[in-house]
Ligand binder design. Structure first.
Ligand code: ADP
Ligand code: MG
Length: 322
């Protein structure tokens, strides 16, 4: 019926409907979802402030100071992100901003002048580790305030924010009667409902070793989301070696267990946060965590190309997927 493109969270995104909505209804629903995504983007932004809005950048600036009044939706997000961080044993940690900031700076500097690319200072990273505790984030839902108690600690919503916002947009679309929609928010895929004939949506997991052109697995999915964390998504190069953007909280270096980890789960926020967490832990620990969680399926692609997946994953024959 329709497809619209946007830029959210600095990535190419689209909303797509394959069911029977009229053009007018499609336009109304996608405009509402787009507006909501933009609001979440602003609330979760750690780099910029916006006039009249206290966002994560504001909360970070006030670390060690007074509680900051924020939108109730940001409170809900932080409660969610903190809980998920705890559930993953801090492998995905929303309070890792102090460690991630030097990595973001190194990446940005390498982007400006690749010849001068260098790694963050090891001592600075080690020192930052002391300022990443989840307990440093105080959330007061009644007062509607957030406070970081340690002046050097920082929030970073990068691992879970986009998926959470995607989930909120999907729920809004559903509440407006949207059926048969696909949201692809910078690669975070959330499918609402199924096709009118009862079948699912064909999607593919990229081949991490040929991510521009090839796929490693095809799946038919309905009413769920699929989020991938991969070592090929964002990286910079120092002395011929690639350093990507997902940092193992234990080594403080880019995690090197897998080339990619994909999570299929209905809640797109969970899928996003979990894909980052699983990317930072060995297969056995990740498999145990995935098996403990209801409705979560995972595809792991190892650095040598080996694939493993949980029992609810049913890959399609590539021949049927063209
Ligand atoms: P994507 O870029 O595809 O959204 P992720 O969902 O894996 O990838 O999130 C990566 C971002 O999350 C990084 O850019 C960084 O800001 C943040 N991040 C990296 N490692 C971690 C981690 N272990 N825990 C929490 N946040 C992280
Ligand atoms: Mg993630």
């Amino acid at each position: 019926m329709g497809k619209v493109y946007y830029t959210f969270f600095d990535t190419v995104s689209y909303l797509y409907s394959y069911a029977g909505d009229s053009q007018q209804s499609f336009d109304e629903k996608t405009a509402a979802a787009a507006a909501l995504l933009e609001e979440y983007h602003q609330m979760m932004d750690i780099y910029h402030e916006y006039s009249g809005l206290n966002n994560l950048c504001t909360v970070n600036k006030n670390a060690g100071g007074q509680p900051v009044q924020v939108d109730p939706r940001l409170i809900d997000f932080l409660l969610y992100a903190k809980e998920l961080s705890a559930q993953t044993n801090g492998k995905m940690n929303v309070m890792m901003g102090a460690v991630l900031a030097p990595w973001h700076e190194a990446q940005a500097a390498a982007g400006k002048d690749p010849g001068k690319a260098c790694l963050p200072d090891r001592t600075a990273l080690e020192q930052a580790r002391a300022h990443t505790g989840l307990s440093l984030l105080e959330i007061d839902p009644k007062a509607g305030t957030v406070r970081i108690t340690d002046p050097q600690a920082r929030l970073d919503a990068g691992a879970v924010g986009k998926g959470y916002a995607t989930e909120m947009a999907a729920r809004l679309l559903e509440s407006m009667g949207g059926e048969g929609y696909v949201l692809n928010i910078g690669g975070n895929i959330r499918i609402i409902g199924q096709k009118p004939d009862g079948s699912g949506w064909r999607t593919a997991i990229k081949d991490p070793f040929h991510h521009d052109s090839q796929y490693a697995m095809y799946l038919e999915l309905a009413d769920t989301s699929c989020v991938t964390s991969g070592n090929y998504e964002r990286f910079f190069t120092v002395e011929g070696k690639q350093y990507h953007h997902i940092i193992d909280p234990d080594t403080l270096m880019p995690a090197d267990y897998f080339a990619s980890v994909s999570v299929i789960a209905k809640d797109s926020g969970l899928a996003d946060g979990l894909s980052t967490a699983l990317f930072c832990m060995d297969y056995e620990s990740g498999r145990a965590l995935a098996d403990r969680l209801e409705g979560v399926e995972v595809v792991w692609i190892f650095l040598d190309g080996t694939q493993r997946h949980t029992s609810g994953i049913h890959p399609l024959d590539p021949k049927d997927s063209e």
